[in-house]
Design a protein around this ligand. Structure first.
Ligand code: ZN
Length: 330
């Protein structure tokens, strides 16, 4: 059965394809800018092709105007693209085809559990971002049993048969993840009738022939799940590179409590993009001082190896140095 996409033929001479994939569920901030800059430079350094994809599948959380704002942010940073923007909401039929491929192999089952059911049934809930591991309440169901659920709403969950999975991260090296820590059997199709992030991203990266995914290391737990989907769908996975995030002085992921770090605010305050790009380039070890520089000027300087293994701690002093007086936390 086809998922409406063809597996990329193995060809060592094939071009590099990278992607920028903003999610319009909120404003893009300085942390996003650093990851986009790294991903864009990696592609441009190799003469590669850049796909711009808008991950707007999580419709209830998509904010009005956020798509246009994300495009304006990228252009302001000096990052361009060769293809797109491609909107996930226009690709639903491809995700549906992929779900049918999984159903045909009995790799998914209908799950009627609510979020609170899962939390209640979990024997050892842990507080990580993935939530408690799914206890397998509905794992005895077959695909065919969905018909008897009639008007009950349900999600489709993928059966995770492996205990652990190891992949080679192009930055972190060999990375092993225990599947229980990523939540066990995971949702590929939400009860609202829309694809889950994991499925949509795999279908898209394959269809758009992305050869290397560069993203924040908060997404490391997604990678083993996506690799299982590539295998189940008969698709060849891209390479994966997870880079450290930008954090606030308290060591926590950049958020509202750290003051305003939204790119739209920097733009409106008249910050020069070269000033921000210079600060980020310095944080990545490509220039010795945080002096203004444009994204295209960084292409010959790009090296993944100089990137610190730790998160970049963004301080109000950094922002002041590029001409932005960040407001206090709301
Ligand atoms: Zn269930």
């Amino acid at each position: 059965m086809s998922v409406g996409i063809s597996a990329r033929p193995i060809n060592l001479l094939s071009r590099y394809v990278g992607r920028l994939a903003p999610s319009p569920t909120g404003a893009q901030h300085v942390g996003n800018a650093r990851t986009y800059l790294i991903a864009w430079l990696a592609a441009r350094r190799r003469g590669g092709h850049v796909v711009l994809r808008i991950e707007d599948i999580d419709s209830p959380r998509v904010k009005a105007g956020a798509v246009q704002s994300a495009l304006d942010d990228l252009r302001w940073l000096g990052l361009d693209w060769d293809e797109g923007p491609i909107f996930q909401t226009e690709r639903l039929s491809f995700y549906e085809s992929a779900l049918r491929v999984l159903q045909a192999q009995e790799l998914v089952y209908p799950c009627t559990c609510s979020r609170s059911d899962v939390e209640r049934a979990a024997s050892a809930p842990h507080a990580d971002q993935e939530g408690p591991a799914y206890p397998g309440t509905c794992a005895g169901r077959t695909v065919g049993s969905a018909a008897s659920l009639e008007d009950r709403s349900f999600a489709w969950r993928f059966r995770v048969k492996s205990e652990a999975l190891e992949f080679m991260d192009g930055f972190r090296g060999p990375t092993q993840i225990r599947m229980r820590e990523t939540g066990g059997d995971f949702v590929v199709w939400k009860y609202l009738g829309t694809p889950a992030y994991q499925l949509a991203v795999v279908v898209d990266d394959a269809a758009q022939q992305v050869t290397e995914v560069i993203r924040g290391d908060d997404l490391v737990p997604s990678t083993p799940r996506q690799l299982l989907l590539y295998e189940a769908l008969g698709l060849r996975p891209p390479g994966f590179i997870h880079v450290p995030l930008v954090v606030g002085p308290d060591g926590r992921r950049l958020a509202k409590r750290h003051g305003d770090t939204r790119l739209v605010s920097l733009r409106q305050a008249g910050v020069r993009p070269e000033a921000l790009v210079g600060l980020l380039a310095w944080s990545c070890g490509w220039i010795d001082e945080p002096a203004p520089i444009s994204a295209p000027e960084l292409v010959p300087r790009f090296r993944l190896e100089t990137l610190p293994k730790q998160a970049f701690v963004l301080t109000p002093q950094h922002l002041a140095s590029i001409g932005f007086a960040s407001g206090s936390s709301e």
